[in-house]
Design a binder for this molecule. Structure first.
Ligand code: AMP
Ligand code: GLY
Length: 429
């Protein structure tokens, strides 16, 4: 079977790499892919943008693709899954209505209130003066979010009222996030430790939780600096004990899938709950993503021993409830190497050197914003350039392995955090 993976980031490199390992897979086509997917055995890139649904449909038909897996949120929010199924093509991801869990924060918040899913208190506004009056009423610290999709950057955690007012003015009056910020959600500041809880949901509503993970959203060491799409992630996340994972299934994931069903919406695909785990172990939802996380996918799939195609087929055939999933017990740590300036303006087109040439059982360099230039050189093409994953018997060993490889890879003004997985390491082996 041929598989099409839609997207071109680190998540899609990991998805394609893992899918290509299945003996039932003849070839994985990635649209548009990156230099990493171009070089992967059994994987080929097609120069089609992840948002160009018409061209993706045409590609899937021409190539007789048996399954399409959608990586990023934009095509999901635009209804790519509806379009594929309507054309008789198998496709893994939520339909447009279900993807609103991510594409509209207001929808997600109201849905959680309707179904008593634990989350921060909130109010949502389109009017600047009303938003500012509300800020004066509730005070700081407070969180201001653009309602629509803003690539993980439309969130301001304001420690003072001044910062909060500035964020509201920026989004509603200056439209710094365009239409995504035409409505803002202002929410209670939650205290605790964050974790990513990602599951697969089958057509019958069965939920298979994947290994836990933790992202690092701030750009700089010690969680300082601006918010980004994610600077590194590791799996498993010890903050999510088995008891907490059980609570997340009972208090968050099952109510989400059942709540959507009660409203006439079926959710199929990866479902990601970004959680704040309170000091007493209570999980509260920060956000939903209707896809696999990036960079969480990279360390999670590095640990997955079961075939990914087998899991996706089980989800689409209504057999996920009976499916067992096997993980490498060793932790994996993924360090993102970004282009200097990210998440602001950054350089492109710089040569990347020192990339490993042979496969290793203890590390893997997943590409994100990379490309091959006219002379065949691998160059930077995006903000997050690579995600280097390492594994070892302890988190510390996995971290050392990841940084050992990071230090061999160079490009101009490379930027990366030196402390990925510090919370897990602080908890001890
Ligand atoms: P989001 O994109 O909604 O997950 O927000 C991005 C980041 O902002 C999160 O990963 C948290 O670090 C932080 N954040 C978002 N909402 C809250 C909240 N209600 N309380 C505390 N921190 C938050
Ligand atoms: N790593 C966070 C996300 O994928 O949204």
């Amino acid at each position: 079977m041929k598989i099409l993976v839609v997207g071109g980031g680190g998540r899609e490199h990991a998805l394609a790499w893992k899918l290509a390992q299945s003996k039932d897979v003849e070839e994985v086509i990635v649209a548009p892919g990156n230099a990493g997917t171009a070089l992967e055995p059994k994987v080929r890139n097609a120069p089609v943008a992840a948002e160009d649904i018409d061209a993706l449909l045409k590609l899937a038909k021409e190539e007789h693709v048996g399954l399409t897996v959608i990586g990023p949120e934009a095509p999901l929010a635009a209804g790519i899954v509806d379009r594929f199924w309507n054309s008789g093509l198998r496709c893994f991801g939520p339909r447009k209505q279900a993807a609103r869990l991510e594409s509209s924060k207001t929808f997600a918040k109201e849905f959680m209130v309707r179904h008593r899913i634990p989350t921060a208190h909130h109010a949502s506004f389109t009017d600047v003066e009303e938003a500012q009056a509300y800020l004066e009423e509730v005070g700081a610290p407070i969180v201001v979010k653009a309602d629509g999709l803003a690539a993980g950057k439309g969130v301001v955690v304001a420690h003072t009222l001044r910062e909060a007012h500035a964020a509201v003015t920026d989004m509603l009056s200056e439209r710094s996030f365009g239409d995504a910020g035409a409505r803002v959600v202002i929410e209670e500041f939650l205290v605790g430790e964050e974790a990513s809880f990602i599951a697969m949901v089958g057509v019958d509503g069965a939920i298979l939780p994947l290994a836990t993970s933790q992202d690092h959203k701030a750009r700089d060491d010690g969680d300082q600096g601006p918010n980004t799409g994610g600077m590194g992630a590791y799996s498993p996340a010890p903050v999510v004990t088995d008891a907490i994972a059980q609570r997340v299934m009972n208090e968050v994931l099952r109510p989400v899938v059942e709540g959507l069903r009660a409203e006439g919406v079926r959710y199929t695909g990866f479902l990601y709950a970004g959680l704040m785990i309170g000091p007493d172990g209570t999980p509260k939802v920060l956000e939903f993503n209707c896809r696999f996380g990036d960079p969480e996918t990279q360390p999670i799939l590095f640990r997955l021993k079961t075939g990914l195609l087998q899991l996706i087929d089980a989800a689409l055939d209504g057999k996920l409830g009976k499916t067992k999933v096997e993980w490498d017990p060793r932790p994996a740590v993924g360090v993102v190497m970004a282009a200097g300036g990210y998440p602001g303006d950054y350089r492109k087109g710089d040569e990347i050197t020192g990339l490993p040439t042979a496969a290793s059982p203890t590390s893997k360099v997943f590409h994100a914003g990379t490309g091959v230039d006219a002379s065949g050189t691998i160059v930077t093409r995006g903000g997050r350039v690579l995600c280097v994953v390492g594994t070892g018997d302890t988190v510390q060993a996995a971290q050392s392995e990841a940084y050992r490889v990071v230090k061999q890879v160079t490009f101009k003004d490379a930027l990366y955090r030196r402390d990925i997985a510090y919370r897990a390491i602080a908890r001890g082996p």
